[in-house]
Write a protein that binds this ligand. Structure first.
Ligand code: 4G1
Length: 250
């Protein structure tokens, strides 16, 4: 059982997406325990304020450190142990990836701290969080959507979370490659037909075609993934075929 605590000034924004689909099913199965906390409950002034003007001047507001400190004392009273992570969602963090999701799926506690406004007092990263995590290089209005992505990616790696929808090991990304193209009925649509091999019933040919198209898509769209992926002898042969096909077309 993984317990996740989310600290945010918009608890409803986080709760609603966690109450549906495979995440809710994982909660029902007792694989995941998610609790969402309103940061304002940990403010001590009568206005429940969680932000203040930046030292040094400038525009916007900065999230205060004490509400986060009280929140973490509430959710992890003994502090973070070796099987616990307190992650601050921030554009200054390391980019979240599948390896990080795998590491989080083995934790007992994961605490996600969401920022808002123009930034977060640096002492939250220094004294409350054990790590800083970003979803990528774009501007968000807060960490909530990033926290949801982290929860979903982690939850689906918990043993038993995926049922008939397929196993996490069968994912395209499990081997570091992009997925092959998928098709369903009708066999003709928009003037385009489904590749003949998929209608052939020849499962050996289908498996080989899918692997080749996986390699082709990764090579064309995400070459940096291909350089890191563990490739078999067959993979190298398929890549050689792809390169030859490109030469013929050129
Ligand atoms: C400088 C993006 C600021 C943003 C540079 C991905 C973005 C949290 C994330 C910002 C946030 C860049 C994330 C920016 C995020 C305080 C509250 C920070 C919102 C905040 C590239 C605003 N992954 N952004 N600043 O977006 O929290 O996790």
């Amino acid at each position: 059982m993984l317990r996740v605590d989310v600290v945010t000034i918009f608890p409803r924004m986080v709760e609603a997406p966690l109450a549906d689909g495979i995440v809710q099913r994982a909660r029902d199965k007792g694989l995941l325990d998610v609790r969402v906390h309103d940061l304002r409950d940990f403010s001590e002034d009568k206005h429940r304020s969680v932000d203040d003007a930046p030292f040094g001047g400038g525009p916007g507001m900065v999230m205060k450190v004490e509400p986060f400190q009280r929140a973490i004392a509430h959710v992890l009273p003994g502090g973070a142990g070796p099987a616990d992570v307190v992650a601050l969602l921030s554009p200054r963090g390391r980019t979240f990836d599948q390896d990080t999701a795998q590491r989080y799926a083995r934790l007992s506690r994961l605490v996600l701290l969401c920022g808002r406004y123009e930034g977060i007092d640096e002492r939250v990263a220094e004294t409350v969080a054990t790590e800083e995590l970003s979803l990528g290089d774009f501007v968000l209005t807060g960490g909530e959507v990033a926290a949801l992505a982290v929860i979903e990616a982690t939850m689906r790696l918990l043993p038993g979370a995926l049922g008939d929808e397929g196993s996490a090991e069968a994912d395209s990304f499990a081997d570091g490659l992009l997925d092959y193209p998928h098709y369903t009925r009708p066999a003709q649509a928009g003037g385009r037909s489904v590749p003949e091999v998929l209608l052939s019933g020849d499962h050996g040919r289908i498996r080989r075609w899918r692997r080749k198209e996986s390699l082709r898509a990764t090579r064309a769209r995400r070459p940096e993934l291909l350089r890191r992926a563990p490739l078999s002898e067959l993979d190298r042969a398929l890549l050689a075929e792809i390169e030859n096909e490109e030469k013929v077309l050129a």
